[in-house]
Design a protein. Structure first.
Length: 264
């Protein structure tokens, strides 16, 4: 038997062209239902090109688990993450979140994945920092004048939660993001995405370009975040990630994805 109690409220505003994509996520549930993030037979051919970058890709990742995609350069991994984040649309197939009852039967229709539900951290995210202080970097695109007090309080609490979930609470929000160490820049990039409480966090090569200490720091952070959010990473750093990985897939050349154990 399933009992579910949900508390919800809606803030109903939109900020065009912003990184901030709000929706209501507060809920209290007593339930054995679970959800899976599912890619169903997705193919992708960029407009004006002759061949597919991705061919019949399927993947299913249970909520609050950690998935890793590995494979050679040019096989289509980053393209897949961009489709997942809604930055381009599949040529065919679908990307959705499906809820299941505790007996494994699907619960309601699948919800199509949308940019509000997915946070994406690109490879070398610090290259895309825009502001000259951490506060502006995280709140880039937030409403400035029109927000009333309840909304401002809500935004402030989201900001605080995101900053503390990546261990940046001890750092002054006045600091220039470019002055942070490599590992702390990655923390900031994660906070920017976590502020919207995504269902899924996707990261493209999260350890690339970091020294050994920062790499260990990011791995530890991802281990903590895994408790709160479903994570899918693309990485070549299989040894360092192995302890976190629940499921793994090999992207073969030509954009064909197969579930395979990590080749350690
Ligand atoms: N918009 C595009 N138009 C044409 N080809 C593209 C486009 N985006 C990526 N590609 C090609 O698709 C292939 C897969 O790229 P990518 O997803 O970046 O691979 P990976 O991340 O696995 O290295 C590459 O051959 C790349 O050149
Ligand atoms: Mg790539």
């Amino acid at each position: 038997m399933t009992t579910s109690l949900s508390l919800s409220c809606s803030f109903g505003f939109e900020v065009p062209n912003s990184r901030l994509k709000f929706r209501d996520t507060r809920s209290l549930k007593v339930s054995c239902d679970y959800s899976r993030f599912e890619i169903r037979d997705v193919s992708y051919r960029p407009p004006g090109t002759q061949s597919n970058i991705l061919s019949g890709v399927s993947l299913s990742l249970t909520e609050r688990s950690f998935g890793l995609i590995f494979g050679r350069s040019g096989s289509g991994k980053s393209t897949l993450l961009q489709l997942i984040a809604g930055l381009s649309k599949p040529t065919s197939g679908s990307i959705c979140i499906q809820r299941y009852r505790d007996d494994g039967s699907p619960h309601q229709s699948p919800i199509l994945s949308s940019p509000e539900r997915v946070g994406i951290v690109f490879q070398f995210p610090e290259r895309y920092f825009l502001a000259d202080n951490i506060l502006d970097e995280v709140t880039f695109g937030w409403p400035r004048q029109k927000a009333g007090l309840p909304l401002k309080e809500h935004l402030a609490s989201r900001l605080q939660r995101a900053i503390s979930s990546v261990g940046l609470s001890g750092i002054s929000l006045d600091k220039d993001p470019r002055s942070l160490s490599g590992g702390y820049k990655r923390r900031l990039a994660l906070a920017i995405q976590l502020v919207q409480s995504p269902d899924l966090l996707v990261l493209d090569e999260p350890l690339a370009g970091l020294d050994w200490k920062a790499r260990a720091d990011v791995v530890k952070l991802l281990k903590n975040l895994k408790e709160k959010v479903t994570i899918l990473v693309v990485s070549h750093d299989l040894q360092e990630m192995a302890a976190l990985v629940d499921q793994s897939w090999h992207m073969h050349m030509g954009g064909m994805l197969k579930e395979e154990p990590l080749p350690l």
